[in-house]
Design a protein around this ligand. Structure first.
Ligand code: ZN
Length: 431
């Protein structure tokens, strides 16, 4: 099966809607730009991405602990972190229809100019803050704060709490997964740029030494690239891109993106940032090294990935089709269903009953689906399209020889396996 990338984004968007991965947010009310809802299969894919990330970034390491901070924080956090001043986009306004577009998006500006018959003039660029304001309380004046613009600050404001309550010592990291919000003016490219999104981030604290920090930076760059490769993203679709000095975020001393070769160009998958002491010093936080009895402000190397764009890029990378079928070649650890169980026919109670027993047995350990609709061909088609790596069929012979047929998603090869060996078989393939 070869990869055909014509209209790939459109095909994936359509599959997502049809099979229940991603729906437009509040769709029955006409939607809301920049917001998306994940359906029954989408939530599984996202959960699997997060599970794998937590597994590799927290459970497999001695030097990383987890955290789950609140989405709404004291507004002083955002003053100190610089986000109220620096998380801004420069916008220009069309003098004819007053539409606002980011001044640095030349293709969007040109596109808009093409929509008018007369010559378009733009206002001077004005900056707009991307933090989403919220108002708390019921009596006036209400207390104004923000939905977090990045999950990162929740880690920094808890730095001292984590150090004093756990046994971490520099170098160590704090990992977090959670939602963040940005008042993006031009959300787009499906779920790639949304106003509500989920981040998975590691803040890794090191001594304030440039050489050491750069070593850690390189280490995490490669760790993160390999993480995506190991979960099936094809190497030729990944690359690093170093930020030029003039595009560095206000907190960054050094930044490099892992980019993905998407249908809408090479786009940021994950950012690796050298934040120096920017954040901890802004929050007046220090670290006391008990062994040397010295005090200093640690530096931070950050890995910042998006769960939604990871889900999107995993789907784009996994999408294959030919005349006979559409296949999502998702890594078995990410696939919403790990296996599907079919009774060969649905109208033989004895067969269905025994197949159900196999299903009930496996569902205790694995994410398995049951399907007894239509014929086997249709069921294969339906499971291929959502990326189920194994289909297991219980047929008439199974009643006698206690074996079932396993059919592989990618090769369509089939194999007879003893029912009692199903669990070890799946264990080996999926764990
Ligand atoms: Zn206009």
């Amino acid at each position: 099966m070869t990869k055909n990338n014509d209209n790939l984004l459109e095909k994936v968007v359509s599959l997502c809607k049809r099979r229940g991965f991603v729906f437009p947010g509040s769709e029955i009310y006409g939607g809301l730009a920049g917001f998306w809802d994940y359906g029954p299969l989408g939530v599984e894919l996202k959960n699997n991405i997060k599970k794998m990330w937590w597994q590799d970034m927290v459970y497999q390491r001695d030097d990383v602990v987890g955290l789950d901070a609140a989405i709404i924080m004291n507004p002083e956090v955002w003053e100190s972190s610089g986000h109220t001043k620096s998380l801004v986009d420069p916008l220009v306004e069309c003098k004819i229809c007053h539409k606002r577009i980011r001044a640095d998006q030349e293709d969007k500006l040109k596109e808009h100019e093409g929509e008018h018959k007369e010559k378009v003039e733009w206002t001077e660029p004005k900056t707009f803050n991307l933090l989403t304001e919220v108002y708390l309380g019921v009596t006036e004046p209400k207390e104004k704060t923000y939905l977090r613009g990045e999950i990162t600050q929740g880690v920094f404001v808890n730095f001292a709490n984590v150090v004093s309550s756990s046994r971490v010592k520099i170098p160590f990291g704090i990992a977090q997964i959670g939602k963040a919000f940005r008042n993006e003016i031009t959300p787009g490219n499906f779920t790639f740029r949304s106003r509500e999104f989920e981040q998975m981030e590691l803040e890794y604290f090191v001594k304030p030494e440039e050489k050491e920090a750069e070593k850690v930076f390189d280490y995490w760059k490669n760790q993160r690239l390999n993480w995506y490769k190991n979960l099936g993203i094809r190497a030729e679709n990944l690359r690093f891109r170093k930020h030029a000095d003039n595009e560095l975020a206000h907190y960054a001393r050094m930044a490099e993106d892992i980019e993905y070769n998407s249908p809408f160009g090479w786009k940021e998958f994950e950012g690796i940032h050298h934040r120096g002491d920017w954040d901890l010093s802004r929050h007046n936080l220090k670290y006391r090294d008990m062994e040397t009895n010295t005090e200093y402000t640690p530096w931070v190397i950050e890995t910042s990935g998006g769960v939604d764009r990871a889900a999107l890029f995993f789907l784009l990378d996994a999408y294959y089709e030919d005349e006979s079928r559409v296949v999502l070649k998702l890594h078995p650890k990410l696939a919403p269903n790990q296996a599907a169980i079919f009774p060969l026919v649905a109208n033989k109670p004895e067969l269905v009953k025994k197949a159900k027993e196999v299903y009930d047995d496996l569902r205790k350990e694995f994410r398995v689906a049951w399907d007894d609709r239509g014929n086997i061909g249709k069921r294969y088609y339906s499971q291929d399209e959502i990326g189920t790596p194994f289909c297991i069929t219980f047929d008439f012979d199974s009643l006698e020889d206690k074996k079932v047929t396993i059919r592989y998603r990618d090769t369509m090869e089939q194999e007879r396996v003893k029912i009692e060996e199903l669990q070890p078989f799946l264990d080996k393939k999926l764990k």
